[in-house]
Design a protein around this ligand. Sequence first.
Ligand code: IPE
Ligand code: IPE
Ligand code: MG
Length: 247
Amino acid sequence: MQSYKEKISRENLPKHVAIIMDGNGRWAKSRGETRTFGHKHAIQAVRNAVNACNEIHIPYLTLYTFSSENWNRPQDEVTTLMTLISETMLLEAEEIFTKGLRMHVIGDLDKLPELVRDQMLHLVDITKNNKRGNLILALSYGSQNEILNAVKKISSEVKNGELEIEDIDEKVFENHLYTKDIPPVDLLVRTSGEVRISNFLLWQIAYAELQFLDILWPDFGKEDFFRCIYDYQNKERRFGKTSEQLD
Ligand code: IPE
Ligand code: IPE
Ligand code: MG
């Protein structure tokens, strides 16, 4: 049987895929293990997604790694997650670099432990000239907060006379988001069976295709990723037009 990777057309690839990596806790629970066990097994699934993306040259991949709401989890889980993120970054830095990936981090970085923040910013810095692809980690990220920050920055520019109200359009607004210079999301995938957005990229997914998978994140493999791309390619993206207009 043909694999999904072979079925994908190289013409109509999404430019930007974003993933809500959900279900680590349930994956662990179903095995009678602690939530930490699930988070540890999530790392291989992250590699699978990054590698799959790299193999077919999708230029932007955003991974929802830790939300602004996740700070409300029990303190020991937050600490475990921060340690895991930090260790994984150290271990994977070379691989990210040799793959030619440019790292970006979006979110309220001030809330991160200093070590994690410094590591992230270092990785962002040393990969800034890489051109093969972009890996964006959403860390301490909340979309409503991102939008509010943009509104505050724009308001202060108006107040200071640097910007006219009439000149505020979609482009100006986007330039004040964390995702400035990153194209809109074409495909949003969420694992774990939950059908919600959980405060992720609300502006950027305005016209994204949405896919909700019943698998739990630690089980996510490369073929799952390729299947998402295959399904994406079988959708007609009309952007408000009629089907006939697209022919
Ligand atoms: C996703 O898995 C990881 C993070 C949110 C950091 P969860 O930890 O949310 O797993 P479930 O949803 O409880 O199964
Ligand atoms: C969303 O998952 C955040 C990440 C995957 C990092 P959650 O598990 O935190 O989302 P909710 O709380 O179920 O909506
Ligand atoms: Mg969850």
